[in-house]
Design a protein around this ligand. Structure first.
Ligand SMILES: Cc1cc2nc3c(=O)[nH]c(=O)nc-3n(C[C@H](O)[C@H](O)[C@H](O)COP(=O)(O)OP(=O)(O)OC[C@H]3O[C@@H](n4cnc5c(N)ncnc54)[C@H](O)[C@@H]3O)c2cc1C
Length: 411
């Protein structure tokens, strides 16, 4: 059997390793002591802390669903839930998500303004925005833009929205026309086209359960950060051993310093220029509530969302507690966190927090083209890139699994 080294035991690397294990001798290298990458969780004070986000699963790809459920006993090990997300407006108004389908919840004057906006937008159909601010204005109108889309997205992106490119957006959000928005409001239609409009979640252990199961039976070297990979005479050397192929599921920003024997210099400045965001996940006890996600456009604090992981499974809460994660873009100090928590709805009480430096890759107009060119050139040398920060793509777990399946078909 040919030997394959997989770098990274996040969901991408674990999927690749499982998909290849019948055809190759596969070894996985993971710098942390547990599998999971971004989907890692740990128990704190008896409740489950998702170190990043609050990962739920679903997919639009049938082949991904078939493969994924082949690894689990879905009926016994998972529960299904409908998304119950709201936007917390200033005051105590909770508007169901997506906000554009529920503007009938606002005061009559605001409703009139939104309807006027939508009629104006219909009249200029065909405009082609080239940045996120114009896209949102043209799609939803000035009133919803000012009330929600601008303040919320500025918290997430931490920059003026006219500096945010549009390239990441395709397929990520429902794109209702003004007529559909009006129809949805008149008929109180719930949005079903989000991939997570309904979702699956493990009964025990949250997303760590997924990583633990996918890692079972694999040859994984934990606590091993790969700092160098060398191409020597058509083979690859990693940690003193020889491999025929490498699947790199880590962060592409590490590659220039890591790769020896293959010319990667011509992409170094492109890789250096790739932008990204991190996330500070603050694990809190919260007031009981029925929601899964609470979006927060309010300017009175810097957090943009609460993920009520305590509502995803009863196993996530220590007895008598309700827990969730309050999310901030980029790194926020503990003092700032404690200060902000005082102004966040549902009285979050701090338990602990974790900062992930790399959570959201940002794509510019050239990112996909240059990444594809670089990936093709490296693949010719037996080095394959696969994963959220290896592909520099805004993958959900299922899309990461899909990318792993697509790659493994070609190997
Ligand atoms: C806030 C947030 C919320 C999200 N919510 C959802 C959700 O609800 N549902 C969903 O489907 N998706 C969600 N996602 C997306 C999901 O997290 C990712 O698609 C997925 O986890 C990416 O997995 P990955 O394996 O590609 O990368 P990662 O999880 O980043 O894994 C990379 C792994 O490689 C290891 N590694 C890196 N470099 C090296 C090295 N040199 N040597 C050894 N090991 C190395 C790392 O330690 C890590 O374990 C969310 C993402 C974020 C940021």
């Amino acid at each position: 059997m040919e030997r394959v080294a997989v770098i990274g035991a996040g969901i991408s690397g674990l999927s690749v390793a499982r998909l290849l294990q019948d055809r190759y001798a596969v070894k996985v290298f993971e710098k942390e002591t547990v599998p999971g990458g971004l989907i890692r969780c740990r128990r704190v004070e008896g409740s489950l802390f998702h170190l990043c986000g609050g990962h739920v699963f679903n997919s639009r790809r049938q082949d991904v669903l078939d493969w994924f459920w082949g690894q689990f006993d879905r009926g016994r090990e998972f529960r299904k839930a409908d998304r119950n997300a709201v936007v917390a407006m200033t005051g105590s108004l909770m508007v169901p998500y997506p906000i554009e389908n529920h503007f009938y919840r606002f005061a009559p004057d605001i409703q009139r303004n939104i309807i006027g906006d939508l009629l104006r937008i219909s009249a200029v159909d065909g405009a082609c925005p080239d940045n996120f601010a114009d896209f949102l204005r043209l799609r939803f109108g000035e009133t919803l833009y000012a009330l929600y889309f601008k303040p919320y997205n500025e918290k997430v992106w931490r920059r003026p929205l006219d500096c945010v490119p549009l390239d990441w957006l395709e397929g990520k959000l429902p794109m209702p026309s003004p007529a559909e928005i009006l129809f949805n409001n008149i008929n109180h239609v719930e949005e079903k086209s989000f991939v997570h409009a309904s979702f699956w979640y493990g009964n025990t252990g949250g997303s760590q359960f997924i990583a633990d199961r996918l890692s079972e039976g694999l040859d994984i070297c934990y606590g091993t950060e790969i700092g160098q990979i060398s191409s020597v005479g058509g083979a690859w050397r990693i940690a003193g051993e020889s491999y025929d192929k490498i699947v790199f599921c880590g962060n592409v920003k590490r590659l220039p310093a890591m790769v020896q024997g293959v010319d990667i210099d011509r992409w170094t400045s492109f890789i250096d220029s790739l932008e990204f965001h991190g996330t500070t996940a603050v694990f809190c006890e919260l007031d009981a509530n029925p929601y899964s996600w609470i979006y927060q456009p309010g300017a009175e604090h810097r957090s943009h969302r609460i993920i009520c992981t305590g509502n995803f499974s009863p196993d996530n809460n220590a007895p008598g507690k309700m827990t969730g994660t309050v999310e901030f873009t980029d790194e926020v100090s503990k003092d700032e966190i404690l200060d902000n928590l005082q102004r966040i709805p549902f009285h979050p009480r701090y338990i602990t927090h974790h900062y992930n430096q790399y959570t959201y890759p940002i794509q510019g107009p050239e990112t996909r083209r240059v990444m594809a060119e670089m990936k093709a050139a490296l693949a010719e040398r037996g080095l394959y890139l696969c994963g959220r920060f290896a592909d520099w793509e805004y993958y959900n777990m299922d899309v990461a699994v899909g990318a792993a399946m697509d790659l493994c078909k070609t190997l």
